[in-house]
Each structure stands twice: as structure tokens, then as C-alpha cells.
Design a protein around this ligand. Structure first.
Ligand code: ADP
Ligand code: TYD
Length: 219
């Protein structure tokens, strides 16, 4: 990770609008890392801890004030970092998180129009020194995502939002890619699952080489 000393694990987050294909590829990336001898903890937000999962159940179902929603996302995240993410990284274990703070900027900021300054303040409070080393953004036009969702599952509170919401959410993700180009990789998720996995393998290989080179330099 970029945040602390040598030999710490790498932190990878998966992002994208609902139906973009994130969940489909998480297991693939975990197995690809395991095959390279890397220990991985896979987790998710909101959630990842008993308290976080209880908050998730509320967040995905209950209507609430926009700021309550954002605060609960960060409350879940605070617990998640303390109980799961930071201990794993410190122990040299890699972490894959199905969503992290980019999702709050995209959904509560982009989708729901919460002032981004407020989200910046919460981010600085909750994790001033922690950022993913790599964020995989699964990107598709919203019509494609919607068709995939409609074909497969009962929609939760967020998934029932209208097209404008998801367009704004997607645009905020893309704005963050432009702001933090060094940690984002945008995956064109309109392609076949096989083509995407080929690209993911190349990205993982490149990351493993980078980490190995960095630890050689430190040693
Ligand atoms: N590249 C792809 N091409 C076709 N269908 C896909 C692709 N990626 C995912 N899917 C399908 O779309 C649906 C939503 O994918 P999922 O991974 O659950 O999305 P997310 O986790 O981003 O909400 C699933 O039924 C999945 O099998
Ligand atoms: C982490 C996070 C998720 N969300 C939303 C996005 C998703 O619609 C929902 C749950 O995410 P996700 O785990 O992707 O849902 P699924 O189990 O259906 O794949 O929570 C936010 O609005 N803000 C956040 O900060």
C-alpha cells in the first residue's frame, strides 16, 4: 500500500454503477492473486464487519436523510478500516474491497448531489492517510447495466433509482478517474467476461511486478 512502510499489503477497491459487473470479477481477481502466492482478504462496503453489515441492511432498505446516509456509509467504513482493512494491510495481507470511498462520492455526491466538500471533510476525518493502491472501475453505459440488473435480480433501494441518478453517479466516478489517474484503471465492461478477465490478469501481473520491484528497492 502507498500509505505506510515496507512489506504492507496492497489495497484494491472495485467500483462501478450497479450492474456494471464488479461482483462477477472479484472472485477471479482473488483467485488470480492466490495463484501468485498472495494472501487476500475480500470484503465489502457498506459492510465487512458485524456492525457494518447491520448498517448495510438499513442503508439498502430504509429511506433516510441524504446526510444520514452519507454519515452511515462513513460510520460503516470507520469500523471496516479499524477491524478489517488496516490490520490486514499491516500484516502484509492484500485487501480487495467491493466498494470504498469513491462509491460515496459517486452515489451520495454525484447521484444524490450532496456537497462534495462535506464528503471531503468526512474522508479526511475517517481515513486521512489511507487510499486504495488500485481502484478498478467497471464502466458501462447505464442502459447496459440496467438490462443486466433487470435480467437477474430483485432491486434494492439504490438499484431502483432512475436513469438520471445513475448517469450522475457514473459521471462522478469518471470525474474522480480524471482527478486520481494514478490509482484508477477503467475497465470497459461492455466487453465479454473473458476479454475483461484477460485485461484483469495483465493489470494484476503489472501490479505484482511493481510491488516486487518496490520491495527489492527497499531491501
Ligand atoms: N461482461 C459481461 N457481459 C455480460 N454479462 C455480464 C458481464 N459482467 C457481468 N454480467 C452479468 O450482469 C449481471 C450483473 O453483474 P454483477 O457482477 O452482479 O454486477 P455488479 O456487482 O457490478 O452490480 C450478472 O448477471 C452478471 O452475470
Ligand atoms: C459503499 C457505498 C455503497 N453505496 C451503494 C451502492 C450500491 O447500490 C449499494 C450496495 O453496493 P453493492 O455491494 O455493489 O450491491 P450488490 O450487493 O447489489 O452488488 O450501496 C452507496 O450509495 N454509497 C457508498 O458509499
Amino acid at each position: 500500500m502507498t500509505n505506510k512502510g515496507q512489506q504492507a499489503g496492497q489495497f484494491i477497491s472495485f467500483e462501478g454503477i450497479d450492474g456494471a459487473g464488479k461482483s462477477t470479477h472479484i472472485r477471479f481477481v482473488q483467485e488470480a492473486l492466490n495463484q501468485r502466492g498472495i494472501q487476500v482478504v475480500t470484503t465489502r462496503e457498506p459492510g465487512g464487519t458485524p456492525l457494518g453489515e447491520a448498517l448495510r441492511a438499513l442503508l439498502l432498505k430504509e429511506k433516510m436523510h441524504l446526510e444520514t446516509e452519507a454519515l452511515l456509509m462513513f460510520a460503516s467504513r470507520r469500523e471496516h478500516i479499524a477491524q478489517v482493512i488496516q490490520p490486514a494491510l499491516d500484516a502484509g495481507t492484500w485487501v480487495i474491497s467491493d466498494r470504498f470511498t469513491d462509491a460515496t462520492f459517486a452515489y451520495q455526491g454525484g447521484g444524490r448531489k450532496l456537497d462534495l466538500h462535506k464528503l471531503n471533510t468526512l474522508e479526511q476525518w475517517v481515513h486521512p492517510h489511507l487510499q486504495p493502491d488500485l481502484t478498478l472501475l467497471f464502466d458501462v453505459p447505464i442502459e447496459v447495466a440496467r438490462a443486466r440488473l433487470d435480467a437477474t435480480r430483485t432491486l434494492d433501494k439504490f438499484e431502483q433509482e432512475q436513469s438520471d441518478f445513475f448517469n450522475d453517479t457514473r459521471n462522478e466516478y469518471l470525474r474522480r478517474v480524471a482527478e486520481f489517474p494514478q490509482r484508477f484503471k477503467v475497465i470497459d465492461s461492455t466487453r465479454s467476461i473473458e476479454a475483461i478477465q484477460e485485461e484483469l490478469s495483465e493489470i494484476i501481473d503489472a501490479l505484482c511486478v511493481k510491488v516486487a520491484n518496490a520491495s527489492t528497492t527497499i531491501a
